[in-house]
Design a protein around this ligand. Structure first.
Ligand SMILES: O=C(O)C(=O)C[C@]1(C(=O)O)C=C[C@@H](O)C=C1
Length: 281
């Protein structure tokens, strides 16, 4: 059966590119790509079984964790990460007008943040306007002489607009990790294990005890970050990525999870998966 893959639309987003690459890596045969309006609808379409898989950004090298994705993985424990890719993100400033006339810059909040220094130097008086995605922003600047959008260079051909500047991201190595999510866990080939937990006790050393277990097992932690539990102020969920390799394998990870579980109110395993760096020309 052809898989339905949800992604952040409309067509032309970085997420669409990621959805195509990840579906290929997952060997999906002629998948049906389903553009959704906003990250929450992408994840809901998988959670409520409208689609078989979803592709979402999870982490950016400049802006850090994508909070909507992290919160959803905690909220829907039946969803697993199956695969990941790291895509280079190079933004262009796209418009129908001239740079000197631009007074509004539209884009996805992540893209606006990734270009904030460039904008303050080159368009200090322009108002940043957040949109659901980069391609939505480009659709919204068509026909306007005073609006510009931030998005991928490939949107320029699609929309018939022009490039005012490229690249405009503040950090040259800007990149985003995208994950392929589904309701099946596949842990045979992996270089990352991701999970999150909330601790039972809020006492000195409680988190240290959990982290010490990770160190005792010899895992290298490649990410640790916290998000509010949303239940009460000061209660946090800890998100962790561990490196999986020959020495620190999935069997060890399952053992580690058993050790951690008694310390936790809740521990959600997001899955063990392979993350690949992609080079784009
Ligand atoms: O708007 C897009 O094109 C997206 O794919 C979303 C998104 C994100 O949410 O981080 C993806 C990559 C870039 O970091 C900027 C925006």
């Amino acid at each position: 059966m052809r898989k339905q893959v949800a992604y952040l639309g409309p067509k032309g987003t970085y997420a669409e590119k990621a959805a195509h690459i990840l579906s290929k890596l997952a060997n999906f045969q002629t998948p049906i790509f389903v553009p959704c309006n906003g990250l929450h609808s992408v994840i809901k379409s998988l959670a409520y079984n409208i689609c078989d898989a979803a592709v979402v950004p999870i982490e950016n090298s400049v802006e850090g964790g994508v909070t909507a994705t992290l919160d959803s993985l905690w909220k829907f424990p039946e969803i697993f990460i199956n695969k990941a890719i790291v895509l280079p993100i190079k933004h262009a400033l796209i418009s129908d007008g001239e740079l000197s006339n631009i007074s509004e810059v539209l884009s996805h909040p992540q893209a606006l943040a990734q270009c904030s220094e460039w904008l303050s130097e080159n368009l200090p008086n322009a108002i940043p306007l957040p949109t659901n995605s980069t391609s939505e922003a480009v659709n919204m600047v068509k026909g306007s002489k005073f609006r510009a959008a931030i998005g991928s260079k490939s949107l320029i051909q699609i929309e018939g607009l022009k490039e005012l500047a490229f690249p405009i991201n503040d950090v040259p190595g800007n990149c985003t990790r995208f994950v392929l999510l589904s309701k099946e866990s596949n842990s045979n080939l992996a270089n990352i294990a991701s999970f999150a937990f909330s601790l039972i006790s809020n006492k000195p050393g409680a988190l240290l005890k959990a982290i010490n277990y990770i160190a005792d097992f010899g895992f290298n932690m490649s990410k640790i970050e916290s998000r509010p539990s949303k239940r009460e102020l000061g209660e946090y969920i800890i998100y962790i990525d561990l490196e999986i390799n020959n020495q620190n394998n999935i069997a060890n990870f399952l053992e580690l999870k058993n050790k951690l579980e008694p310390l936790c109110n809740n521990l959600v395993d997001f899955g063990s998966y392979f993350s690949k760096n992609i080079e784009l020309n």
